[in-house]
Design a protein around this ligand. Structure first.
Ligand code: MF3
Ligand code: CO
Length: 253
């Protein structure tokens, strides 16, 4: 079931999105060598709760133990913050954030380099192109267009850049639940699937790798890693489709 949102509901999602954006800014200011990923989780949880919001990841599916995901280097998504995992210069750090405001979710992710400097030109390209895929996919959203236009755009950017696309995970509807229908795959032909209409609220989230598209979940039951150990990047925004086209709800100031 696709749940379209009213103007009032989208207003609540705008607020949830702003809280997520503020959390990203606050956590990025704390990213530096020597900090643990659990330190970042604490910074995020404190900020989210100080806004009167709820960290949506905590307790997700009954078992996710933290407020954010911290995925380093070959970890693609869903890395679990840890007090013993210390940040080091040049790590490729993907951070994923979610908050609930008055019952509505915001969800966003970014990939950054610890210390600010990419460890290689390839890594710089990986992050730049993954972010570009997200913005190009958002630009491809048109009222009257189709859902698969999004994934097609993501895959086209990866193909042009010679990067791998993670195919098993993707974007999703979002609203009173973090994950609603439809699933939004990051690949495939354009012009298929659901017609994009005002009131749809979705999270778009490309995940690219420098090598193989194959991936597996670690024994912790959460962390998704590239099968060949190659670096991965992940960017995500929550978007509302309005009469005027896509509006990014998790946009940062
Ligand atoms: N932001 C992620 C997504 O879009 C959700 C994180 S999974 C959790 O799928 F377990 F951390 F909640
Ligand atoms: Co998401």
């Amino acid at each position: 079931m696709i749940i379209r949102k009213s103007a009032d509901e989208i207003e609540k999602m705008r607020k949830a999105g702003r809280i997520v954006a503020g959390t990203i800014d606050t956590v990025l200011a704390a990213v530096e060598p020597g900090r643990s990923t659990l330190d970042l989780d604490r910074v995020a949880e404190r900020f989210i709760r100080a806004q009167g919001a709820i960290p949506s990841f905590k307790g997700y599916r009954g078992t996710y133990p933290a407020s954010i995901c911290t995925s380093i280097d070959a970890e693609i998504v869903h890395g679990i913050p840890s007090g013993t995992r210390k940040l080091k210069e040049g790590m490729v750090l993907s951070l994923d954030f979610g908050a609930i405001w008055e019952g509505f979710h915001g969800d966003a992710a970014v990939t950054v380099f610890v210390g600010g400097q990419a460890p290689s030109e390839e890594a710089a390209k990986l992050a730049k192109e993954t972010e570009h895929a997200l913005s190009a996919a958002i630009d491809a959203i048109r009222v009257g267009g189709r859902l698969s236009d999004i994934g097609h755009t993501v895959e086209s950017v990866a193909d042009a850049a010679g990067l791998g696309v993670i195919r098993e995970y993707g974007g999703h509807g979002i609203g009173r639940s973090m994950h609603e229908e439809p699933f939004i795959q990051n690949w495939g032909p354009p012009g298929r699937g659901l017609e994009l209409r005002p009131g749809l609220t979705i999270a778009v989230e490309p995940m690219f790798t420098l090598g193989s598209e194959e991936n597996r979940v670690l024994a912790d039951g959460w962390t998704v890693v590239t099968a060949d150990g190659s670096l991965a990047a992940h960017f995500e925004h929550t978007i509302a489709i309005t009469e005027d086209g896509p509006e990014i709800l998790t946009v940062r100031a």
